[in-house]
Design a protein around this ligand. Sequence first.
Ligand code: ZN
Length: 255
Amino acid sequence: MIDIHCHLSTKTFNKNYNPLVNKIEEYKKHLKAIIDSATNFEDAKHSIQLSEKYKNFVFSSLGLHPIEAINYTEKEIDEYLEFIYQNRDKIVAIGEIGLDYYWIKESEKIKKSIEVFKRFIEISKDIKKPIILHARLAIEDVFKIIVNEDVKSAVFHFFDGKIKTAKEIIKENYFISINNQVYKNPAIQNVAKEIPLEFLVTETDSPWCGIGKEINEPTNIKICLEYISKLKNISLETVEKTIDENIIRLLNLNI
Ligand SMILES: [Zn+2]
């Protein structure tokens, strides 16, 4: 099993302490690969270090979360994009990037987040990497933008939108990521049931999105796989094998 979206590199969880980093060796016993998503420039440097230390197990996806993007200056964005370009051979995707209408409501800030989002889309095309999308309460707008920008390869992280939208998304050959919150979220359950396996990938978003009050961990990817298996009435082995193959192909993982 593979976790396509979590945050090993984050330093903003639990007062600069990220409990996941110390357990990577243990995760190796259960998972084939972990994709670490950096949400800002500082975490991006840490993410590259982790992917070098745990080669062919931890892979980096570098992005700028919309709620961070609105606080970045032009110069900081330029520097970060240059860093990504220089490290393009060490990363497997761009993201998470996108829009967030839950936290960002002012029109000026939304405008800025759209501009930054488009610059990251541009670099993903330059370096020919897929994008991992954050689209909280903004799925339709994010979808419109990536179609207009002619993005070829994308993953909707933590998709909890409507089935109708999910079907439009897969028509464009984009992927939908099922988070372990599937255990209690009916919208995610619906998507896991209705959308064909060949368009699904699995994620935890750990250390966030834990079960109850627990810290989330990449090993909880098992919950996603078990629910997909149950909801689709397809064997767990087939679900796991198909989703692993989807992720390996999509991100061109060397494992
Ligand atoms: Zn995330």
